[in-house]
Design a protein around this ligand. Structure first.
Ligand code: 5AD
Ligand code: SF4
Length: 462
C-alpha cells in the first residue's frame, strides 16, 4: 500500500472557513435531509456530511419533502442501487417545481463512475451540486459557491484518493460507533466496481484512530465497528490489522467488531487475535462469493474453496462459538449448474449465521462485464431462491441452538413490532428481542434466550 496521502490541515481549515461563511449567508438552506444508500462506509460518510451541514447552520429535517437541502449519498455496487438513486433524483425534479429554493446535491459512488457526472449534468440540470467520493471534504466550498452564483456546481476528481482527518461529524449512534480505518480497494475482483470509485487502499494512522476511539469511549461508546473495504490490508504506521486490534483491545473498548474482510488477506495474526483478545467479538463477516474454484478464479478472488474452508476451520479452532456471515454472488457469467451446486455445498459445510446473497449484476468498466453470459435471468432467480431457502434453514437451526443460553446483550433499539420490548445483539451477533424499556438502550444486560424466530431470538432479562 502506498504512503498515506493526507489532506493538509490548511485545506481542512479552509473548509471550516467556508462552513462559517455559509452560516452567515441569509438565504441559505436552514434544514437538510440526507438519503444514505448502500454500505456502512457510505453511512459513515453521511455522518461526516451531516456534521459539516450542521456546522453550516443547518438542522436535520427527518421529513425529506420539508428539507431545504436534500443530499443523496449514492451507491453503485449493483445496477438496482443505481436505478434507485436515479429514480429518486428524477422525483426530486417535481419537488423542486413547487419549491424553487430547494437545493439538491448528489454525491458518492455513483457520481464517481466514469462519465456519470457529465451525463447527469446534461440529463438532470435541476441538480445543484454533483461531487464524487474523493472530494466530499470540499462540500462546504461547493455549497458556498452555489449559494453565491446559483449555478450548478459539478466536480468529480480523478485521483487515487486521500485520507481526511479533522472534519466535523454528527453520529447516528454513540453506543455503537463506526470508525473508518482504511479506504479504497486494490483487489479488482472482476465483478466489482468499488476499486474504480473508491480509489486505492490507504490507511489512517493508528494514533488518529486511537484518539478517535478514546473520544468515543468518553462519550459512552460500548461497541466500535472498524470499517474498510478490506480491513485485512490495513497498514497504518506500517503495522498490520491485528496490531491495531490489539491496541484498541488494550484501550478497553467493550466490544470490537469490523468489516469487511478478504479471505486472501486474513492473516495468522488475526486468527490468533480471535483466540486471545478479550474484547474482540466472536463474529466475522467473511465474504466467500462462490464455492467453486473456477468461478473464484474468474472472479479474481485469489483463494480457492479449500483455503476458505481451512480459514473457517482454524477460526473455529481458536474461537469455537464464532458466528460467520458472508456475501455470495449467484449467476456469475457462465456459472454452470454444477458450479452453483459447489456454492450450495460450501454453504452446507460452513453453516453461516447469515449470508447476503446477490444475483450478479454487470458493472460497466469491470472485467466480468465483458464475459459471455448464457445463463438466463430465470435460471439465476431460481438458483438464488434455492440458496436463500438453504441459508434460511441453516440460520434458523443456529438460532434454535441458542435457546436456553444466557447471553450478554448490548441493547440498541426499541422493538417496532412488540410494544414494551427492546432489542440488541449477542456477542456472536444474533439479534435478541425481550421485554424491557428504552432506558436500557446503550447498556449491557444479561438475557436468557427463550425461543427462536426466523431471523431473531426472543428472550427475557435474567
Ligand atoms: N453483482 C452482484 N453483487 C456484487 N457485489 C459486488 N459487486 C457485485 C456485482 N457486480 C457484492 C459482493 C460484495 C458485496 C458488497 O456486494 O458480494 O461482497
Ligand atoms: Fe469489491 Fe473485491 Fe474490493 Fe470487495 S475486495 S470491494 S468485492 S474489489
Amino acid at each position: 500500500m502506498k504512503e498515506r496521502p493526507l489532506v493538509s490541515q490548511e485545506e481542512i481549515l479552509k473548509q471550516r472557513e467556508y462552513m462559517r461563511l455559509v452560516r452567515e449567508i441569509d438565504r441559505r438552506p436552514q434544514s437538510y435531509h440526507i438519503v444514505s444508500m448502500g454500505c456502512q462506509m457510505n453511512a459513515r460518510d453521511s455522518e461526516t456530511i451531516a456534521g459539516m451541514l450542521e456546522e453550516m447552520g443547518m438542522e436535520r429535517q427527518p421529513v425529506r419533502e420539508q428539507a431545504d437541502l436534500i443530499l443523496y449519498n449514492t451507491c453503485c455496487v449493483r445496477e438496482n442501487a443505481e436505478n434507485k438513486a436515479l429514480g429518486n433524483v428524477i422525483w426530486l425534479k417535481e419537488l423542486k417545481r413547487d419549491k424553487s429554493e430547494l437545493m439538491i446535491c448528489v454525491g458518492g459512488c455513483m457520481t464517481q463512475e466514469k462519465g456519470m457526472a457529465a451525463t447527469m449534468k446534461k440529463r438532470y440540470p435541476f441538480i445543484d451540486l454533483i461531487y464524487g467520493t474523493h472530494n466530499l471534504y470540499r462540500l462546504p466550498e461547493y455549497i458556498y459557491r452555489f449559494l453565491q452564483g446559483r449555478e450548478p456546481v459539478v466536480e468529480v476528481l480523478d485521483t487515487d484518493g486521500e485520507v481526511v482527518e479533522g472534519l466535523p461529524e454528527k453520529r447516528e449512534s454513540v453506543h455503537t460507533s463506526f470508525v473508518n480505518i482504511m479506504y479504497g480497494c486494490n483487489n479488482f475482483c472482476s465483478y466489482c466496481i468499488v476499486p474504480y470509485v473508491r480509489g486505492r487502499e490507504r490507511s489512517r494512522d493508528p494514533e488518529d484512530i486511537e484518539r478517535e476511539v478514546a473520544q468515543l469511549l468518553e462519550k459512552g461508546a460500548q461497541e466500535i465497528v472498524l470499517l474498510g473495504q478490506n480491513v485485512n490490508s490495513y497498514r497504518g504506521g506500517g503495522a498490520e490489522f491485528a496490531n491495531l486490534l490489539r491496541r484498541l483491545d488494550r484501550l478497553g473498548v467493550p466490544r470490537i467488531r469490523f468489516m469487511t474482510s478478504h479471505p486472501k488477506d486474513l492473516s495468522d495474526e488475526l486468527i490468533a487475535a480471535y483466540g486471545d483478545l478479550e474484547h474482540l467479538m466472536p463474529s466475522l463477516h467473511l465474504p466467500v462469493q462462490a464455492g467453486n474454484d473456477e468461478i473464484l478464479r474468474q472472479m479474481n478472488r485469489r483463494y480457492n474453496r479449500a483455503r476458505y474452508l481451512d480459514l473457517v476451520r482454524r477460526l473455529r479452532a481458536v474461537r469455537p462459538e464464532i458466528g460467520l456471515t458472508s456475501d455470495i454472488i449467484v449467476g456469475f457469467p457462465g456459472e454452470t449448474e454444477a458450479q452453483f451446486e459447489d456454492t450450495m455445498s460450501l454453504v452446507r459445510e460452513v453453516r453461516f449465521d447469515a449470508a447476503y446473497t446477490f444475483i450478479y449484476s454487470p458493472r460497466k468498466g469491470t472485467k466480468a462485464a465483458e464475459m459471455p453470459d448464457p445463463v438466463t435471468a430465470e435460471e439465476k432467480s431460481a438458483r438464488i431462491q434455492r440458496l436463500i431457502d438453504l441459508q434460511q434453514a441453516i440460520a434458523y437451526e443456529a438460532l434454535c441452538a441458542q435457546v436456553g443460553r444466557k447471553e450478554i446483550v448490548l441493547v440498541d433499539s426499541v422493538s417496532t413490532r412488540d410494544a414494551g420490548s427492546v432489542g440488541g445483539k449477542t456477542p456472536r451477533g444474533h439479534m435478541v428481542n425481550f421485554p424491557g424499556s428504552a432506558e436500557l438502550i446503550g447498556k449491557f444486560v444479561e438475557v436468557e434466550i427463550t425461543s427462536a424466530g426466523k431471523n431473531t431470538l426472543r428472550g427475557k432479562l435474567v
